[in-house]
Every structure is written in C-alpha cells, then in structure tokens.
Design a protein around this ligand. Structure first.
Ligand code: GLV
Length: 318
C-alpha cells in the first residue's frame, strides 16, 4: 500500500524528518527561504498531512484547498498561525508541541532579562567598537536583579518555569493570568490584577498565548502604569504588546528597557525600535537549543503519525 503523503513546509531537524520517513512519503516545501502562501495552496491538495511551522499562515484558504488533509501538525507550542475553526469544521486535527520547549524558553527568558538589566549587549557593542578606555564608575550602569519583584503575565508551563528560576535570585513573585486567575502553585507567588502587577513589578515577563483577548494586552495605558525603572521582557508572541506604544515609551523613558524575542509584525520591527540602546532584540530563538528543536521536530512527527494511524496524538488542539 502507498504511504500517506505529508508536506513539510521547510527543513526541520533530522530526527523529525527520519521519524516521518518511517511512515510517510515526505515532501519538502522548500529548501531555502519560505514556502509562499500561494505555493502552499497550490501544493496542499495532494497531501494527507501538513507539517508546518509558526511562520506558515494556515488560514481557511489553505485548509479549503487541502481536500485530503487529515492532520495539521505545527512544530511549535503556539498555534495562532492556524485557523482552528476552519480546521475543526473540516474535521482536520491540529497538533502542537507543548512541554518539550518549556525549560529552554524559560532559560532564554532569563538570558534576556539579565542581558537587558545589565546592559550586556550594549557593553559588548561598545567594547567591539573600540570605545573601552578604562574602568569607569558610571559606565553602563544597569539594574540589580537580586531581591527585586518579578511580575509574570501568564502563569502557564513557561511562566511557572521562569518563576522557579527567580527563587535563586530571591525575588518576590507576583502574577496575573488572564485564563486562570487563581492557580494553586507549588511555590509562593501572589495573584493580582494586571493593573496591580504593572504598578508593583521591577521586571515584567509575558508568557500568554496570542488570542483575541491578549492582543495588545500591553498598550500605552499599561506602559504608563509601570515604574519608570521597569524592564519588560517578551518571549511569547509579539502582538501581545502594542509595539508602536512600546517604542515610544522606551524613547521617552516611560519605562527603562525591554528585552524582546518576538515582534508584532515579525520579522519586521516598528521603525525606531532597533535604534534604541535600551532594548535587547533577539530573532525569535526562545526554543532554539539543539536538543529542544530536535525534541519538537520528533514530537510534531509523532503527532502526525498518530493522527494518520487513527491513534491519539500526544498533543492535539482540535
Ligand atoms: C515558539 O514560539 C513556539 O510557539 O513554539
């Protein structure tokens, strides 16, 4: 019997590809760059399953065109790139990869927090530009992390992993979770309203999924509630922050600094953001460790294999 056909939109770690090849006839959408939306629509009718990435927009047009599709397996925990309603109307399973990237993303969040607080990237740039003359009492003064208040917005898996790391820094932990306002947590952390958290935090780290409710959760009003010394970190999804408002706030000193791994119009940045020294800007690398990207690739492969074999996927969204 012929193997079912799966389209993998772009190159993924080998371990995922090898697992897929055991069960599927695998086609790679593109070796370089990205598979365009139109190209995806023209290719998809020939496939039983789609293995996609967070950069692939799987809207109702792709789903309509996928006449044979049984499964959309996203190699990401976030699934805001997929029209879930269109998929579930057609009875197509949508799967994601939670869990395997939790610790890696929490590590990166801390790297970003520390780098932003202590002006690490700015100091590195300064030195490389040949500007370092001698130790100076006022050079690149940042902010202490130890003993400060960390406000976590979104206390799910990744939010909790970030919170656990704050123990070592003797921080006060506070949180606001738009989906689960009062959680029972295995460590001390105080639940509060978003407004209270914004006013009380020295560091604010965002870990919510992108939904219509969290779109622009942080806008001009929220930025104005923060301390002028506050540092905002985002490793979730860019559109949770109104990036134009953030850029203005950073310019005017409404808040002290921001560490971002994700952007509202990714990969584009709001004009002016890149020019600000009080930002550390990463290229969406939250889950980018060798081990974790491999684990995500295999988990997404297992999800697709389970669905196509009529079994229960490890993580199915709809
Ligand atoms: C990364 O951003 C993911 O959703 O996995």
């Amino acid at each position: 019997m012929d193997k079912p056909r799966i389209l993998v939109t772009k190159a993924i770690p080998d371990a995922g590809m090898q697992r897929l090849q055991e069960v599927f006839d695998v086609s790679l959408g593109t070796k370089e760059g990205s598979l365009g939306h139109r190209e995806l629509i023209s290719l998809i009718p020939g496939f039983d399953a789609l293995y996609c990435l967070l950069t692939d927009k799987i809207d109702s047009r792709v789903i309509e065109a996928g006449k044979r599709l049984k499964c959309i397996s996203n190699m990401a925990v976030g699934f805001n790139n997929i029209d879930l309603e269109a998929a579930s109307q057609r009875g197509i399973a949508v799967c994601n990869t939670p869990g395997v990237l939790t610790q890696t993303t929490a590590d990166l969040t801390w790297a970003l927090l520390m780098a932003t607080a202590r002006r690490i990237v700015e100091s590195d740039r300064f030195l490389r530009a040949g500007k370092f003359q001698e130790w100076e009492p006022l050079l690149h003064l940042g902010q202490d992390v130890y003993g400060k208040t960390l406000g976590i917005i979104g206390m799910g898996r990744i939010g909790q992993a970030v919170a656990r790391r704050a123990w070592g820094f003797n921080m006060r932990l506070i949180y606001f979770d738009p989906l689960a306002p009062d959680l029972s947590l295995p460590f001390p952390a105080e639940a509060m309203s978003l407004e209270e958290l914004l006013k009380a935090s020295d560091f604010i780290s965002i870990h919510t999924p992108l939904t219509p409710q969290t779109l622009h959760l942080i806008g001009p009003r929220e930025l104005n509630m923060m301390k002028s010394s506050a540092i905002l970190i985002n490793t979730s999804r860019g559109p949770v922050i109104d990036e134009e408002a953030l850029t203005q706030a950073l310019k005017k000193g409404v808040i002290a600094a921001a560490g971002l791994d994700v952007y509202e119009h990714e990969p584009e940045l709001t004009p002016g953001l890149k020019d600000l020294e009080n930002t550390v800007l990463l290229a969406h690398i939250g889950s980018a460790s060798i081990e974790t990207r491999s684990a995500m690739a295999v988990m997404a492969a297992e999800n697709a294999i389970a669905i196509i074999s009529g079994k229960q996927a490890i993580s199915r969204v709809v």
